[in-house]
Design a protein around this ligand. Structure first.
Ligand SMILES: *Cc1c(COP(=O)(O)O)cnc(C)c1O
Length: 365
């Protein structure tokens, strides 16, 4: 196969980004949310999918965007995003607050130091804020005992336009579910008549009770299952947004007893034909994915062989005689859920997506 000499990137690895799939998944979230609004979570470079291309793909359907990086929120404003923007960890120092006010960013106040800083900041106009409660995860959030005094302080400050109560579930994706934290949240919020925001993707898909006024789907927008142990992404009607592909760059026949790759972790028990695909851990493919991780070769399912190297991995071509140099492979995405590859590496699709390396060129389809 003759390749043009000048390409944007000579190495065959590439990620394809489907705006249509992202919009489809947003529509799925919309269906589950009923009348609740949706924060489209685009933190961490939109889970590795590219902040701008993701936000722009959703610009005409999203109710709002949520992230944690102030510079990226400001970049969204510069790109013309007019929707509300929620900063999921609030501000990291009081000095950021004027930028929140200038760009219309909503801080999540999760700790009393933030509440105090907010009340003391020189703000010209009242701002919307989220108040995050700890309902059992013991990560971020005010404890229930602080809630009365904090709300009183916020009201007295005259600086809040609206206060939304927010919480996050530790087990929305597993059998444990949300019954206990939900009971805790109800007890804390009862009688306050404040809007609430609770659900991540897993809770949005599994627990209609947790919809609140604003849900916060992240992974489901990108087509990953939030609970791969309980249901696959296709079962939720989610489509892959990112498809990571490459090509076979070498082929060899090996004999029974031959070994493959670093550490010689794989030994052939019969004569085999193997291929080398140009994708390794420096592209974001998980090194912990061992022999047997699923991979598509020209659309047909096969398995990886031996250890993943920095720039390549080996593939079993024994049953795919038509495969040779230049044959396309799919590492994950359309036709091969990232959740399956993640499971083979004892991780979750979130981590695979977020780890996509900057050296992998992304094209929009
Ligand atoms: C990342 C994040 C979400 C989105 O979670 P998913 O599991 O990706 O849907 C929701 N809420 C908060 C506070 C988050 O940090």
């Amino acid at each position: 196969m003759i390749r043009p000499v000048v390409r944007s990137c000579a190495r065959p690895i590439h990620a394809r980004f489907s705006a249509a799939a992202l919009r489809h998944n947003h529509q799925v979230a919309r269906r589950h949310a009923a009348s609740a609004k949706l924060w489209s979570v685009v933190k961490a470079n939109a889970y590795g999918h590219g902040l701008m291309r993701s936000a722009l793909a959703l610009a005409d359907v999203a109710d709002g965007f949520a992230l944690v990086e102030l510079e990226n929120a400001i970049a969204l404003r510069a790109a013309g995003i007019r929707q509300p923007i929620l900063m999921l960890e609030g501000f990291y120092s009081a000095g950021e607050l004027p930028l929140f006010a200038e760009h219309g960013l909503i801080p999540v106040l999760h700790d009393s130091w933030q509440v105090d800083a907010f009340c003391a900041a020189p703000l010209r106009a009242p701002m919307a804020v989220y108040l995050k409660l700890n309902i059992g995860m013991n990560r971020l959030g005010l404890n229930g005992t602080e809630l009365d005094s904090v709300l009183a302080k916020l009201v007295a400050s005259g600086r809040t336009e609206t206060v939304t109560l927010m919480a996050h579930f530790a087990d929305a994706d597993s059998e444990a579910g949300i019954a206990r934290p939900m009971a805790r949240f109800r007890a804390l919020s009862a009688g306050r008549h404040l809007p609430v925001s609770l659900a991540n993707s897993a809770a949005l898909l599994r627990f209609p009770d947790a919809r609140g006024q604003w849900a916060r789907p992240g992974i489901m927008l990108y087509g990953g299952s939030p609970c791969p142990d309980l249901q696959c992404a296709a079962g939720y009607d989610l489509q892959a947004v990112m498809t990571l592909g490459s090509e076979i760059i070498a082929v060899r026949e090996i004999a029974s007893g031959d070994q493959v790759g670093y550490g010689s972790t794989f030994t052939a028990d019969r004569a085999m034909r193997i291929g080398v695909a140009a994708c390794g851990y420096a592209d974001g493919y998980p090194r912990h994915a061992g022999t047997g991780t699923p991979i598509l070769v020209d659309g047909r399912r096969s398995r990886t062989i031996g250890r993943v190297s920095m720039d390549k991995l080996c593939v079993d071509l024994s049953d795919i005689p038509s495969a040779g140099i230049g044959t396309p492979v799919t590492l994950w995405g359309e036709g091969l859920p990232a959740d399956e590859v993640a499971a083979a590496a004892s991780t979750i699709s979130y981590e695979l997506f977020c780890a996509l390396a900057p050296r992998v060129p992304v094209t929009e389809v």
